[in-house]
Design a protein around this ligand. Structure first.
Ligand SMILES: Nc1ncnc2c1ncn2[C@@H]1O[C@H](COP(=O)(O)OP(=O)(O)OP(=O)(O)O)[C@@H](O)[C@H]1O
Length: 322
């Protein structure tokens, strides 16, 4: 059976600047696939190409075995898309937004009504059907966008940063919806995110940085192959903290705690033999996807600029809501 999505040697650029650099991957049908990378890594550009909204410079991409350049209409019929920025008409009701999408996709009136009822029920918005979208919370809007993307019964769902700007509780709720939808509707789901904790439950994670795929695998495989163990300690006094920092240059300060990468047991044993009595707290942290990203790129996934950008986005979104 052909893959749901297959990408081979894809290149894209803006104004001569390469933003996708020889990207290749394949996603089996029914899988959940997370594309993880910092802001500017090229995720949106990649999704735009896969959704037939942008042409690649070179390379091929097939969606449900349709070439996105040569068979864009056929490819488009099989996909649903939730864009990074809301594209709902907030002067219309939830039902009217769905109706409009059904019309655009050429669904007959009866099927349109049936689908609108079904997808509203899927995201538990039935009782909000006739409410104007402007009155919806951020989480409800996202759920409605997911419902709208499913109106024409796609087999592949693309979500570009679906939880950005939402509070942690709502983010978690959106993910559990997506997981349930994937199982019940037998969807292939490709999600982009820069929230590392959100990709833990994906079947496959693909890390992208500066337009290049750095690694792809299950979260467990990536952690086993590239993650490092850390030792978190809280020194009893500043003199001890300073001494440890001088002796272990890779140490990271996390408030009052220090985090040391642990390449092997011998390092941990030697460290604890010297400092155990001068530490208030000792805790080992097993490899995480954050440590995978750090060891592959030499950087943390979320830098200050990301945080500022999220804050700006949140402020913008809040401004648009009641
Ligand atoms: N319309 C455009 N014109 C010029 N450069 C662009 C345009 N869109 C994106 N870029 C640049 O292409 C690179 C990749 O951007 P892209 O939006 O694909 O990344 P991303 O990983 O999705 O990040 P984000 O989450 O911030 O959207 C960035 O350097 C960005 O500045």
């Amino acid at each position: 059976m052909p893959a749901a999505i297959s990408v081979e040697n894809l290149f894209a650029s803006y104004d001569g600047k390469t933003v996708l650099n020889d990207v290749s991957f394949s996603i089996p049908r029914g899988a959940s696939f997370a594309l993880l990378g910092p802001n500017g890594a090229g995720k949106t550009t990649l999704v735009s190409i896969l959704c037939t909204l942008r042409l690649p410079d070179r390379g091929t991409a097939r969606i449900s075995d349709f070439d996105v350049v040569r068979q864009p209409t056929k490819a488009r019929e099989t996909i649903g898309v939730v864009f990074q920025d809301s594209s709902l008409d907030d002067r219309l009701s939830a039902w009217e937004n769905l109706e409009f999408h059904g019309l655009v996709h050429g669904l007959a009136p009866r099927l349109r009504r049936q689908r609108a009822e079904d997808v509203l029920a899927l995201v538990e918005l039935t009782e909000w059907s006739d409410e104007i979208v402007r009155s919806f919370s951020g989480g409800m809007r996202r759920r409605l966008e997911i419902a709208r993307a499913l109106m024409h019964q796609p087999t592949i769902l693309f979500l570009d940063e679906p939880t950005v700007g939402l509070d942690p509780q709502t983010r978690q709720r959106i993910w559990s919806y997506l997981e349930r939808l994937r199982r019940e509707q037998h969807l292939t789901v490709l999600t982009t995110t820069h929230y590392i904790e959100e990709v833990e439950s994906a079947d496959q994670v693909c890390i992208i940085d500066h337009g290049q795929i750095i690694v792809q695998g299950t979260p467990a495989d990536l952690k086993a192959a590239h993650g490092s163990r850390w030792l978190h300690v809280v020194p009893r006094d500043e003199a001890t903290a300073t001494e440890i920092a001088a002796r272990y240059p890779q140490v990271q300060r996390l408030g009052t705690a220090l985090a040391l990468p642990v390449p092997d047991d011998a390092m941990a044993d030697a460290f604890l033999a010297t400092y155990r009595t001068r530490l208030e707290e000792i805790r080992f942290q097993e490899p995480t996807l954050e440590s995978v990203f750090l060891s592959l790129t030499g950087r943390e996934l979320r830098d200050r600029a990301d945080g500022q950008r999220d804050a700006q986005r949140n402020a913008g979104r809040r401004g648009g809501q009641r």
